[in-house]
Write a protein that binds this ligand. Structure first.
Ligand SMILES: C[S@@+](CC[C@H](N)C(=O)[O-])C[C@H]1O[C@@H](n2cnc3c(N)ncnc32)[C@H](O)[C@@H]1O
Length: 388
C-alpha cells in the first residue's frame, strides 16, 4: 500500500483536532464556527474540524480556548503495539521531518498494554527513526524536550491517530505573563470565562481581585480582535519540512489587519500592589495596556463605571495556595454581600477551586460548570443580574 501524508501546500482540507480542558468544548466549537469552520465535538475535551494546513495555522494563532491544535496525519485500527509500529514505520516521515531537524513524541492512550506513556512515545519514535534508516537517510535528532516538531499519538479503543501538534506546547502559554501572581489562571481558561460570560464590547467589564490580570487581559485581547497566538513565535509547525516562512508572515499580517479599534471599558483591581504592578506589566506586554484601567484597592472599592452595568468576573483566593480558612470564609461572605448590594445589576461569573466555600457567598448560582485550572478542579458559577 502506498502510504501518504497530507501535504502542507495542498488546498484540500484535512482533519484537525483541537483539545481543551473538560467542559469547555461548547465554547471552543463556538469559536471555530465564528471563524467559519465546522466543529464536531468528539469527546469532553476535543473538537474536530476540517482545514487546509494554511487554515490550520490560522486557527492555531487565533483560537482562545484550545490548549492544542493537532493536524491529523493518519487514523487506523491497531490492537497492539506491533500493529501500531508496522503502520507508522511505513509513513513517509522524510516528507515531514527534516533529516537535520529534531522531533519529540507525546501521547495519550487507554489501551491496557500501555501503562506508561513514555513506553508508547519511544515505540512511535522508533518507527519514525526506522523509516529514515530504511530509506538510508540520516535520521533527525529526537528527545523528550518538546521543541521543533512535536508528534502526538492518540490511541483509544484500538483506534490509533497520529498528529502533528501544530503549536508544540500548550497554547495557554501566550507569552505575555512572564510574571504571575500567587494562583494564576490559565490564559485559555480565562478566555473561556470571558466568552462564557457573553460579554459584549459595549458593556463595562469589571475584574476585582484581578491578580496577574489574566481575565482582564484576555478580555482586552478579545475586544481588540487580537489573535492571542501573535504574541510569540515558538511554533512546532515552523520546523516541518518545506514550511514556507513567507506564508507564516502573510497569515500573521492578515491577522494583524483584523485588529479593531475599540475603546472597551475594562476595570481591574487588586488589594496587593506588587501583584497589581505585575498585572500592569503583563497587560503592557500583551499590547493592550491602554485598554485596562487598574486600581489598587480592596474589591469593594473598585470604581464601577456610571451608566449601564455589564459583566463582572471574579477569581477569589481559594486557600490551596493562599489564605487561611477562617479568613477565606469571611472573604467569601463579604464577596457575596458585595455582589448582592453593589454589583446586583451585573452579570457575574466566579471561578473558585474552594467549592466548599461557595455556600458562604449566600447567593444561588443560575448556572454552574465544572472546569479545571491546570489540574485543579474548579467551579465556574454564573449569577444573573437582579433585573432578570
Ligand atoms: C486567585 S488570585 C487571582 C488570580 C488571577 N485570576 C490571575 O490569573 O492571576 C486572587 C487575588 O485576590 C486578591 N485579593 C485577596 N483579597 C482581596 C481583597 N479583599 N480585595 C482585593 N483583592 C484581594 C489577591 O491579592 C490575589 O491577587
Amino acid at each position: 500500500m502506498l502510504e501518504q501524508l497530507p501535504s502542507l501546500s495542498s488546498s484540500v482540507a484535512s482533519a484537525v483536532v483541537l483539545s481543551c480542558k473538560p467542559n469547555l468544548t461548547d465554547l471552543l466549537a463556538g469559536e471555530l464556527k465564528s471563524m467559519g469552520f465546522s466543529a464536531q465535538v468528539i469527546s469532553p475535551t476535543a473538537v474536530r474540524t476540517s482545514a487546509t494546513f494554511r487554515d490550520a495555522i490560522r486557527i492555531c494563532l487565533s483560537v482562545r480556548t484550545a490548549n492544542f491544535v493537532r493536524w491529523e496525519l493518519a487514523v487506523f485500527p491497531a490492537n497492539d503495539l506491533n500493529t501500531l509500529y508496522a503502520r507508522l514505520v511505513r509513513l513517509p516521515w522524510e516528507q515531514l521531518i527534516p533529516t537535520t531537524g529534531y522531533f519529540s513524541v507525546a501521547s495519550w492512550s487507554d489501551m491496557p498494554q500501555i501503562r506508561n506513556s513514555m513506553f508508547l512515545n519511544q515505540r512511535v519514535k522508533d518507527a519514525v527513526v526506522d523509516r529514515f534508516r530504511e530509506k538510508k537517510m540520516p535520521r533527525p535528532d529526537s528527545g523528550s524536550e518538546k521543541k521543533a516538531v512535536v508528534l502526538y499519538v492518540h490511541w483509544h479503543k484500538s483506534q490509533a491517530g497520529i498528529y502533528v501538534d501544530l503549536a508544540g506546547s500548550s497554547l495557554h502559554r501566550r507569552g505575555y505573563r512572564l510574571s504571575a501572581g500567587q494562583a494564576p489562571m490559565e490564559e485559555t481558561l480565562a478566555a473561556a470565562m470571558v466568552l462564557a460570560s457573553g460579554w459584549s464590547v459595549d458593556e463595562p467589564l469589571i475584574v476585582p481581585l484581578c491578580g496577574s490580570g489574566t481575565l482582564a487581559i484576555e478580555a482586552a485581547l478579545l475586544a481588540t480582535g487580537t489573535a492571542p497566538g501573535l504574541l510569540h513565535d515558538r511554533y512546532s509547525f515552523r520546523h516541518l519540512c518545506g514550511f514556507n516562512e513567507d506564508i507564516y508572515q502573510e497569515i500573521k499580517n492578515n491577522l494583524i489587519q483584523k485588529k479593531v479599534t475599540v475603546r472597551p471599558v475594562i476595570v481591574a483591581s487588586d488589594a496587593d500592589s506588587a501583584v497589581l504592578s505585575r498585572a500592569r506589566e503583563n497587560a503592557r506586554r500583551a499590547g493592550i495596556g491602554e485598554h485596562i484601567t487598574f486600581y489598587h484597592c480592596p474589591f469593594e472599592q473598585t470604581p464601577l463605571p456610571k451608566g449601564k452595568p455589564g459583566v463582572m468576573l471574579l477569581n477569589p483566593p481559594y486557600g490551596i495556595r493562599q489564605g487561611d480558612r477562617r479568613e477565606l470564609i469571611r472573604l467569601y461572605a463579604s464577596i457575596g454581600s458585595y455582589l448582592r448590594h453593589q454589583a446586583a445589576d451585573y452579570r457575574v461569573l466566579l471561578l473558585t477551586a474552594a467549592q466548599d466555600l461557595i455556600p458562604h457567598l449566600g447567593l444561588r448560582p443560575a448556572a454552574r460548570r465544572q472546569v479545571f485550572n491546570g489540574a485543579l478542579p474548579c467551579a465556574l458559577l454564573e449569577f444573573k443580574p437582579r433585573s432578570q
